[in-house]
Design a protein around this ligand. Structure first.
Ligand code: ADP
Ligand code: MG
Length: 697
């Protein structure tokens, strides 16, 4: 305990998690050992121990106030899902006992028909199963024991994001260990580690409730620029507002209780925008924790009279929100395989893993692009605030030197980290970084890991993670094939890496990714640039991509097709909701307000005329708002008709219509609404404007 009995983060951390320590004290020795072999070394779960684990877990959960249990899963929608069952079982004397069997722990049977499957299941054959994922710990939240699970159909096809993630981790482990074994490293397990940084906006709950677009679509569909935006650069790392401090404090506390390592928090670039970063964990746990962070952000904000927005582009004209996925590989010994160490040139293991990542990003750039594609993220990628839709790898000056040297068969000597001269003797100078940062790169080496920065803030990070895992597994498999043939693999590394760098260094780019020159240069280099989700989805039809997922048993052909259809449909539905919301707000709120103003202004013009003093500027203003009202009405009608036509189409045709017709209609309508907003009096405009939303809590 800390001072005055105020619990410290260490006191409360993991209170509601069935941690390894809890398992060790509560389970029998044999069961604990067997469970550990599954969670740490990936050995199959011994079904015989399930009943004991269930009984122990139930007792533990009930002691924390749990009355229910729930299989928690990640279907192909933006949020997570769970069905809650009470622990009760009736007894003969009309009472109940608390019961929870091994079977209930291991398997659930949610109705699958209400989740996207891309036509994989007939509604009539809607049986779906969830299977316990023992590699992510169970936890208690809202009086319920939550059990992380994978979700699949009666016929065994997966319907979620978790199963491909687990499969990709397994594939990566296998291929990485082949490479390590060839180089004489006896690692028993290689794990992908992920550290997500999450951006979000906070607005006042009251204003949020007054905007149907924020409530239904998660973003503002119109809104003229606020007189002040982010131009003064006074937000990033700025002083937190009082309400935000209280909100963040509760958020941290609740996350810590759930064993979530909330570490860093700060103001982001845009007004009202913030970031929370966790300490990295295994990929699987990090995915679960990021999903919980998004859920808790929203719920705790509500308790403070606030609303958290995780949408990628809630406001036009200020930065949108993304998510950085820090990614690396660690052995069971705790060795980070992307640590360049003191002299990377003399470290064949590092060279080979660096080469694998570069090869993977170049060969599967289209899949990585797809893995972060969504209707929301389409507003960001390629705008001057997020990396472009073109994949490239930033390696920094030092590693670029190493790569060039190896490519050309030369040797390489490391530089020493620069020591800046601050001119003040008492300021401590600590330098460990041999390379500066590049904030514009979509995929950057940051010292001992890569940071994939294209992901949208609302997305589940499983998709980019399993795509990266799979692409790197494939590159490692090619490398292992070569090394296993060699009589001296360590020596063979330089020649092999040289070949890989020659073929793939086109994807390496240390410059400014936001510049137009880069877009032209990337085109010359033959790097794909897929500007929106519908275009990006083609990657799921490409032969090489289907092969790599099938080869590593991450997604089979049926599952790939199912995802293709689900993603198209999800995209179409998202834009359909936005379009209908905009039409609704326009006809029921905005136009009536504009008409009211026209009536008032007409009366003013008429009375001026009657008084014999007609004023041209006032008459002009009336003419202007009347013409805007006409345009808004006409464009809303077009939007309505085009939305209806798009909704009648199917699959790719449908998504294409939403992308090419409905979205431009919405944009065009918004131009006139945004022109009307500053003319109409604040007392008449029916919804909160950007300066309210961004600057008033
Ligand atoms: P920045 O905002 O400068 O990128 P942060 O400190 O906010 O840096 O975030 C860095 C993230 O990288 C943290 O989540 C951290 O835990 C994570 N990270 C550090 N080392 C690794 C690693 N080996 N594997 C994965 N993630 C890592
Ligand atoms: Mg970062």
């Amino acid at each position: 305990m800390g001072n005055e009995n105020v619990p410290t983060p260490a006191d409360i951390f993991g209170q509601y998690v069935f941690t390894d320590a809890v398992a060790k004290t509560r389970l029998s020795k044999a069961t604990y050992k067997s469970l550990k072999a599954t969670t740490e070394l990936g050995e199959p779960l011994d079904l015989a121990i399930a009943d004991e684990i269930a009984a122990v877990v139930k007792e533990w959960a009930v002691s924390l106030g749990a009355t229910h249990f729930a299989h928690w899963f990640m279907p192909l929608i933006d949020s997570t899902a769970a069905k809650l069952d009470a622990f009760i079982a009736p007894t003969q004397d009309g009472k109940v006992i608390l019961s929870f069997s091994g079977k209930e722990l291991m398997r659930g049977e949610p109705d699958a028909s209400s989740f996207p499957s891309g036509g994989l299941r007939e509604t009539a054959a809607a049986r779906g199963y969830t299977a316990w994922d023992p590699s992510s710990p169970v936890f208690v939240k809202d009086s319920t024991l939550f059990i992380p699970t994978a979700f699949f159909s009666y016929t065994g096809e997966i319907l979620d994001r978790k199963a491909p993630l687990l499969r990709s981790c397994q594939a990566l482990d296998k291929q990485a260990r082949r490479v390590l074994a060839a180089l004489g490293n006896p690692a028993k397990k290689v794990t992908a580690t992920v550290g997500p940084e999450q951006e979000y906006f906070i607005v006042s709950r009251e204003y949020f409730n007054q905007r149907l677009d924020l409530r239904l679509a998660g973003r503002t569909l119109f809104g003229a620029p606020s007189p002040k935006g982010q131009e003064l650069d006074d937000q990033y790392f700025g002083i937190l507002r009082t309400k935000i401090i209280a909100f963040m404090k509760e958020l941290d506390t609740e996350l810590w209780k759930l064993g979530i390592t909330a570490k860093t928090k700060h103001n982001e670039v845009a007004p009202g925008q913030h970031e929370i970063a966790l300490i990295f964990d295994t990929a699987n746990v990090a995915v679960d924790h990021n999903a919980l962070v998004m859920e808790l952000l929203k719920r705790i904000a509500e308790r403070h009279g606030l609303a958290a927005l995780v949408h990628e582009k809630p406001f036009e004209g200020v930065n949108g929100s993304g998510k950085h996925i820090n990614w690396s590989l660690t052995t069971d010994d705790g060795e980070n395989l992307l640590d360049p160490t003191k002299d990377p040139y003399k470290n064949p293991q590092f060279i080979v893993f660096l080469a694998a990542v570069i090869k993977a990003v170049d060969e599967y750039a289209d899949l990585l692009r797809l893995s972060v594609a969504s209707a929301g993220n389409d507003h960001r990628l390629g705008a001057n605030e997020a990396p472009p839709a073109i994949l490239s790898v930033f390696v920094g000056k030092e590693l670029k030197g190493l790569i060039d040297a190896i490519e050309n068969g030369k040797s390489f000597a490391c530089s020493v980290a620069p020591t800046p001269n601050l001119g003040v003797d008492i300021l401590p100078v600590i330098t460990e970084d041999r390379t500066d940062r590049n904030r514009t790169s979509p995929f950057a080496f940051t010292g001992n890991r890569f940071e994939f920065r294209m992901c949208g803030s609302a997305a589940n990070i499983a998709d980019p993670t399993f795509t990266l895992n799979t692409a790197v597994a494939e590159a490692l498999s090619d490398i292992a094939n070569e090394l296993e043939k060699s009589t001296d693999p360590k020596k063979a590394v330089l020649a092999l890496a040289s070949k890989i760098f020659k073929a793939h260094s086109r994807v390496v780019f240390n410059g400014n990714n936001y510049s137009d020159e880069w877009v032209a240069e990337a085109k010359k280099r033959g790097l794909p640039n897929m500007s929106n989700t519908v275009v990006a989805l083609k990657a799921l039809k490409a032969d090489k991509n289907r092969k790599v997922f099938e080869k590593h048993h991450v997604l089979n052909a049926v599952e790939l097709d199912s995802r293709y259809e689900s993603f198209l449909s999800n995209y179409s539905k998202t834009i359909n909701v936005e379009a209908l919301t905009l039409v609704d707000m326009t006809s029921r709120q905005l136009l009536p307000a504009i008409y009211r103003f026209i009536t008032e202004l007409s009366a003013t013009v008429a009375s001026l005329k009657a008084a014999g003093t007609s004023s041209q500027p006032i008459a002009d203003k009336l003419a202007k708002i009347v013409s805007l009202a006409e345009a808004i009405q006409a464009k809303a009608d077009t939007l309505k008709a085009d939305t209806k036509a798009a909704a009648a189409l199917e699959s790719l045709d449908c998504a294409t219509a939403y992308c090419d017709k409905v979205l431009p209609d919405m944009k065009s309508l918004r131009v006139d609404i945004d022109a009307a907003e500053p003319i109409v009096p604040a007392t008449i405009w029916p919804v909160p404007v950007y300066s309210d939303l961004l600057f008033r809590l």
